[in-house]
Design a protein around this ligand. Structure first.
Ligand code: HEC
Length: 155
């Protein structure tokens, strides 16, 4: 898969210790009540996006996503929850939470395509990232035509 091949070139996710947090970059407390739109597993531990991923969309994001009417409106939000990948007895399961990654549509975030990017550790505390370098660059390189959103809704 092309995307996965390009993903392999990722060096560090969340490694850089700079870049100020956007004040709206808070992990929404209720995101587990949003619509689950997709899952993916990257089992390679050396991969920058290693983990079992579950993606959630809030109502604004979900409605836009399924109507394929882009761009997304301000307030549209996505969260990707990353978990350990645990293989046992022929099954592949979610292990412990690794982190959550957030995108919030906000047209004032001009440097990052009108999206606020943020990441949080397993306890919900903000991870020090550079949103432009650690997040937006990859989304811009590969998902620009879809308003910087990679995944498609899986029915
Ligand atoms: C190397 C490329 C790459 C980098 C760097 C990256 N992402 Fe992504 N991101 C992806 C891919 C690929 C998907 C889609 C995953 C899927 O289809 O299951 C994605 C999906 C997402 C989504 C769900 C919406 C969407 O675009 O599908 C959010 C939210 C997200 N990423 C946030 C972040 C944040 C925050 C960072 C930085 C801390 C980040 N990403 C860094 C490649 C990247």
């Amino acid at each position: 898969m092309k995307v996965l091949v390009i993903l392999l070139s990722l060096t560090v996710l969340g490694g850089a210790v700079y870049g100020k947090m956007h004040k709206k970059a808070k992990l929404p407390k209720n995101f587990r009540f949003w619509t689950h739109t997709k899952s993916m597993v990257i089992p390679d531990k050396s991969h920058g996006l290693y983990g079992f991923h579950n993606i959630y969309a809030n109502k604004k994001a979900y409605k836009t996503m399924i109507r394929s009417k882009k761009p997304y409106p301000n307030g549209a939000k996505f969260v990707v929850s990353f978990y350990d990948v645990v293989k046992k007895d022929g099954t592949t399961n979610q292990g412990k939470k690794l982190m959550d990654a957030l995108m919030v549509k906000d047209s004032s975030a001009k440097d990052t395509g009108g999206w606020i990017f943020a990441a949080f550790d397993d306890k919900g505390a903000p991870k020090p990232i550079n949103p432009k370098k650690d997040c937006f660059q990859c989304h811009a390189d590969q998902a620009k035509n879809n308003d910087y959103v990679f995944h498609k809704y899986i029915k």
